[in-house]
Write a protein that binds this ligand. Structure first.
Ligand code: OKP
Ligand code: ZN
Length: 343
């Protein structure tokens, strides 16, 4: 299958994140994408092509226009305020504060448009976000034009980004944008299968009241794992979306046996739903050696994931999400893709 990749991801670098009271180098770093690209090449998965530039209209189909318009302004406003390090919020309009007023300070606007302090901005961040969006839409067009599958090597990832908020390394929800784009191209129904270790809270929020996009999430139990405040089994969708959201929270320590049973159940639900396309939010932070995660999948498990998804016999768009064991991120990610292709 073809891979879409942009070198502009690399400008989103030298970020910081707060871990146990200390600011440390961000886990979501450029080498992640480079390891995956190198493995796509060495495994001869297929051609690696650059994205085509898109305007932001497809982003505004799933995100608030004011949120999307804010993103390209962050770094220059932060610099103009006299800062040089990564832009991060520190105040959020939580319970008891006013969510209906719009402060002018960039720090406050970042807080207004985020649910955590995990989406830093540096000088190259917007160009990376935009390239990741372009990558997703370009790969989606391949599938829409009849390719069996395509791989959007997106960085930064997207599944924690909601209709009007960033967080958890995510800014634009690439998988959600692609799902809506398929709908706008004439697909009646689309399924999003999120296999990242973390619950895709943004994707769930965006489609929660809709029946035309089914969302299935396999992840670590939010009672003990980020993003903590969404992703429980009783979240089934609402209104027109009632019954079209499915969460599979699993405990720390989960291995292939339990995880693959959840995958089988999710795949059966996709078949019952009968979508025109499936989008896989492909995180490989379920890996046993992932530095920020607690699942125990092995490298030999990843091709089996791809094979199971191929068994759906549906046009399939793979969208890169998380995965932080950089030494193995390429092996595991491309393992899913070659497994899909029958390898
Ligand atoms: C993004 B994706 C360790 C805590 C991790 C943020 C996790 C974001 C994961 N410093 N906090 O779903 O892989
Ligand atoms: Zn993750």
């Amino acid at each position: 299958m073809k891979t879409i990749f942009s070198p502009l991801h690399a400008g989103h670098s030298d970020t910081l994140e707060l871990v146990a009271g200390e600011l440390v180098p961000g886990f979501e770093k450029p080498s992640r994408a480079e390891f995956i690209k190198a493995r796509v090449e060495s495994e001869r998965l297929g051609p690696i092509l650059p994205p085509e530039a898109h305007d932001l209209s497809a982003a505004k189909r799933v995100h608030a226009a004011d949120y999307i318009d804010f993103l390209p302004t962050v770094w220059s406003a932060w610099e103009a305020a006299g800062h040089s390090g990564p832009a991060l919020p520190f105040v959020w309009p939580t319970r008891g504060l006013r969510g209906d007023v719009r402060p002018h300070a960039t720090e406050a606007r970042l807080g207004f448009y985020s649910f955590d302090g995990g989406a830093p901005f540096v000088q190259g961040t917007w160009d990376a976000i935009k390239s990741s969006y372009d990558v997703a839409l370009t790969a989606a067009a391949l599938v829409n034009n009849g390719e069996r599958a395509a791989f959007a090597l997106c960085r930064p990832p997207g599944h924690h980004a909601g209709s009007a908020f960033m967080g958890g390394y995510c800014y634009i929800n690439n998988a959600a944008v692609a799902a809506q784009w398929f709908r706008d191209q004439g697909a009646a129904r689309v399924s999003i299968l999120d296999v990242d270790y973390h619950h895709g809270n943004g994707t769930q929020e965006i489609f929660y009241a809709r029946g035309d996009v089914q969302v299935l999430n396999l992840h670590c139990d939010p009672l003990t794992e980020y993003p903590f405040f969404l992703g429980h089994a009783d979240e089934r969708g609402q209104d027109a979306g009632e019954g079209f959201n499915h969460n599979y929270p699993m405990p720390a320590g989960t291995t292939w046996e339990r995880w693959s049973a959840a995958l089988d159940d999710a795949c059966a639900r996709i078949t019952d739903y009968g979508p025109d396309a499936v989008i896989v939010s492909l995180g490989v932070d379920t890996f046993e050696k992932d530095p920020i995660s607690e699942f125990k999948l092995k490298s030999s498990d990843y091709p089996l994931i791809g094979r199971r998804i191929a068994g759906l016999s549906l046009p399939t768009l793979f969208v890169m999400e998380g995965g932080y064991a950089v030494e193995e991120i390429g092996i595991n990610t491309v393992g899913v893709l070659t497994g899909f292709e029958g390898g």
